[in-house]
Ligand binder design. Sequence first.
Ligand code: SAH
Length: 513
Amino acid sequence: MKTPIVYLVGAGPGDPGLITVKGRECIARADVVIYDYLAAPALLRHASPGAELVYVGKQGGDHTLPQDGINALIVAKARENKTVTRLKGGDPFVFGRGGEEAEVLVEAGIPFEIVPGVTSAVAAPAYAGIPLSHRKMTSTIAFVTGHEDPTKDQTGIDWPALARGIGTLVFFMGVKNLANIVAELVANGRSPQTPVALVRRGTTPEQVTVSGRLDDIVAKVKHARLKSPAVIVVGEVVGLREKLKWFENRPLLGQRVVVTRSRAQASDLVQALEELGAECLECPTIQVVPPDDSAPLDRAIADLSAFDWIVFTSVNGVNGFFEHLFGASKDVRALGRLRTAAIGPATAERLKSFGLLSDIVPESYRAESIVAAFRKEEIRGRQILLPRAQEARQILPVELTAMGAVVREVPAYKTRPAAAADLDALVRRLEAKSIDLVTFTSSSTAKNFKALLPPGRFQELAAGVPTACIGPVTADTARQLGFDVRIVAEEYTIPGLCTAILDHYRGRRGTPP
Ligand code: SAH
C-alpha cells in the first residue's frame, strides 16, 4: 500500500527556473500540490495531469485559508495515503512558517522531507544587481522580518545591534513598515546616507527596484507607489547595483509579448524572448494534426524507390513523414538512394535527428529560395516527393514542375485553429491595452489569431497592437487581415525573428545595436 509523505518544497522567488531539481521532482510526483500566492503558477505545469492542485493563498494579511486550516489540510491529504507537495514561496524555512508545518507533521506522525528553495532575500537582490556580501564592504548579512511594528513595546528585534553591528540587512514583509524601519535604524546609529533598495516581485518580468538612501527612500517609495511583496535591502552593497543591474538592463524587460505558435513549437521562441526580458503569453493558435487523408502519404512511402528527391518544407512535414514511415515498419534505409532537401535549418536539424543529412539547404527559408537552389540541380524528368501541409502554398510544386520535374505532393499533416485555453486572460489584457507585441510565425497563426478573438471586436482589441512577423509572406497576410505590422524578420527563422524584435526595441530606445 502507498504510504503518505509530505514534501515541504521551496518554490523559489518567482522565476520558475529558480526551483531546485529536487523540488521539481516533488511536484511531478505529487498526488496533491498545495501552493501559495508567491509560488510561481508556471511551476504547476510540472504536476502530473491527474494531480489535485489546491491554492491556499496568502496575499498580505488576506489569507485564503488560515494557517491552522492549511496545516489541517496537509495532514488530511497525507492521511489519505497521498504524496503531498506543499509548495511555498522562496525557502520554506525562511519566514515561511515551514517550521510550524513540519512540527504539525511530526505531531501527526506523518513522514516529511524539506526541500530548500532559493529565498527571495537572496534572489531578488541578485536580480537587482545587489550582491549581499562584498569583500570590501561587508562581512555580515541579516534576514529580518519587517512585519513587526518596531514601536511596539516588546519587539523581537535588537535594533541597536542591527543598526550598528550588521553590514547588509534584508527585510521581508516590510513595505508597509518602511518608515518605521528607517526611523529605527537611523535612531540607533545607522548613517542616514546608507544606500537602500526595495525590490518588488524580484526575478519576475514585473520586477521593479526603487533605490535611494535611508534619508530619502520613504519619499521615493511613496512617489513610485511601490507595494508589497518586496524585500528591503540596506547597506553599502546596494551601491553596486548601478554597475551590476543585469536583469533590468535586458532590452525587452517588461514587454508583454503574445506567442501564437502551436504549444509544442512555442518553447524556443518563448525561451529566446524571455532571455531578452520579455514576459510571454502563450496563445497557441494552431494545432498540428494528421491530414484528412493519409492514404497518399502511405502510398508514397510504399513506393519510395520510385523517387529521386524528397523535399521537406517544415519540421511538421518531417515528423508526419517519419511517423508513417515507421508505421509502415520501415526506417531510413528505405530512403537509401533518395536525395533530400530541407527548406531551412530547423527542418534540416529535425531531419538530422532521424539520421539524414539534407543535400540542399537554401540560403533563405522560403519556397522561392528552394526553387532557386533547385535551379542549380539537374531535375528535368526527376521524381520529387513533397510531403507537407495539407493547405500549403502552391509555388513550390508549380515551379518545380515548370523546371521539368515530376512532383508528387502528399499531405503529411494539417494545421487547424486551436481553442486558446487562456483566451479570457488574453482578452482581458488586450482590453487593458497591456499587450506590447504579438508575434506571427506563419500566415495561419495570423489568421487563426484573428479568428480566436470574440466576434466583432477585432478593431477594438487587436488592430492597434504592434505585430512582429517571421517573413514578408506572413507580414502580407497579417496586413491584409488588418494587423499593424511593425517588425518583419530579415532571416525567416525564429532566431531571425528575435533579432528583428531586438533591433526594433533597441532602435526605439536609442541604444546602439
Ligand atoms: N519564504 C519566503 C518568504 C516569505 S515571506 C522566501 O524565502 O522568500 C513573504 C515576503 O517575502 C514578502 O513580503 C516579500 O518581502 C518577500 N518576497 C517573496 N517573494 C518576493 C519577490 N519575488 N520579490 C521580492 N520580495 C519577495
